[in-house]
Design a protein around this ligand. Structure first.
Ligand code: NAD
Ligand code: GLY
Length: 378
């Protein structure tokens, strides 16, 4: 696919991983085709659906009906919605549920929901019977462009986000873009942060296109499928090149070290901050920090800030409700984030729009001073 999105109504992006390659199908009303798409890839498989209460209300029936049409009866498990669900206790619940359904290794565990359900279900599917077939049916924009693709699964612990998990690739990612019609405006914006991320990493033309076309993505115009397909293609390229993050996959963490620290600092309280909002603030901070280190022009940081602000995303610490913990605690969260190699800080920094790079050995003192200055400007 070219860097600048083209017109399309339905798209298939391939994640090329040898005999573990899989399709990401993107289009309107795809939920209706779920049974057909799953049975064509996993003939005779049985299945279960793991979802959350919000998503179940809208999509459990249509997905179950499509599976039933193809001879698959499912016993679903419906969990509470929200980041706090991604924990040990619910991981055990999902594992026990899969076993209670008497599913075998070749059967399908279907994650129907946002990134929380996808990460948690993917983890359980990766460890029950040493690895079951996983189908991702992402329903939030964030899950459609990021978390459902690439096989990272996991849960949060007291020590931090996503610190326990496995790589486990799905057999299929089925993106029904109509599901975004019921997503809240706030969650839609949060997902958009990850869309913009792909432009900011290495697709400057895409970022420029987003600056002009973002409204069509939100209103459900043809730009929506284009943006999701371009984002999935960007992620698929990186995953194919570096599945287990020994190199370039780390670029996908642009904005995430600051973002994860802010999520931990706000105790994963989604009334204060959701993941994509943390990424939005984190990307602005990464661009500002890069400018402070004389790596990028301050004008680029302003451009990023202006665009994210225009779509209604938070862009500074000031935009987070309530008090944040002291800088020492924020630094501890930053050091605990998994992008740390033997104590050195690794950040994704940038030389400009679409020119991000992995910066190892970033001096912790510089980061601390930058956070202090940022806080003083609150
Ligand atoms: P989420 O799963 O909590 O979904 C956000 C909210 O939207 C929830 O309340 C959910 O019930 C609701 N929702 C989802 N789809 C809906 C729909 N169509 N209609 C109505 N409501 C709907 O959060 P998220 O933003 O989707 O995902 C965030 C999670 O993804 C974080 O845990 C993050 O760490 C993880 N993540 C993982 C990866 C990865 O590569 N595995 C990448 C990025 C993010
Ligand atoms: N979202 C980061 C990754 O998948 O690697």
């Amino acid at each position: 696919m070219s860097q600048t999105p083209h017109d399309l109504t339905q798209e298939c992006v391939k994640v090329s991983l040898g005999n573990r390659s899989y399709d990401i199908l993107i289009g309107r009303d795809l939920m209706k085709k779920a049974g057909q798409e799953i049975t064509s890839r996993l003939p005779n498989a049985r299945a279960t659906i793991i979802t959350d209460e919000n998503v179940a209300e809208h999509y459990l029936k249509p997905l179950s009906a499509s599976l039933k049409e193809h001879g698959i009866d499912v016993e679903p498990l419906i969990l509470s919605a929200g980041e706090k669900t991604k924990n040990y206790e619910n991981m055990a619940r999902v594992c026990d549920h899969i076993l209670e359904c008497k599913l075998e290794r070749g059967d399908a565990v279907i994650a129907l929901g946002g990134g929380v359900i996808g990460d948690l279900t993917g983890f359980a599917a990766g460890i029950v019977r040493r690895g079951m077939k996983l189908i991702q049916v992402p329903t939030s924009l964030l899950a459609q462009v990021d978390s459902s693709v690439g096989g990272k699964t996991g849960i949060n612990t007291g020590a931090g986000k996503n610190l326990v998990g496995v790589f486990h690739q799905p057999q299929l990612v089925l993106v029904d873009t109509n599901t975004l019609d019921t997503l809240s405006d706030r969650e839609m914006r949060a997902g958009y942060a990850e869309v913009a991320k792909y432009g900011l990493i290495d697709r400057p033309d895409f970022f420029e296109w987003l600056e002009k076309s973002w409204q069509g993505i939100f209103s459900g115009g043809p730009e929506r499928i284009q943006a999701i397909a371009t984002s999935c293609q960007a992620k698929a390229d990186v995953v194919a090149a570096d599945e287990e993050e020994h190199g370039c996959r780390a670029l996908l963490n642009l904005g995430h070290t600051f973002g994860h620290a802010l999520e931990a600092a706000t105790k994963y309280d989604s009334t204060r901050l959701v993941h994509g909002e943390g990424v939005s603030i984190g990307m602005v901070l990464a661009y500002k920090f890069s400018a402070r280190m004389n790596l990028a022009s301050p004008d680029d940081a302003v451009r990023v800030e202006q665009h994210l602000k225009q779509v209604g995303l938070p862009i500074s610490l000031n935009d987070i409700d309530g008090e944040l913990p002291p800088t020492d605690i924020l630094m501890e969260h930053i050091a605990q984030d998994k992008k740390v190699s033997r104590g050195d800080l690794t950040f994704i920094l940038t030389k400009g729009i679409g020119q991000s790079f992995i910066a190892n050995n970033v001096p912790a003192d510089e980061v601390r001073r930058f956070i202090e200055e940022t806080r003083n400007n609150r």
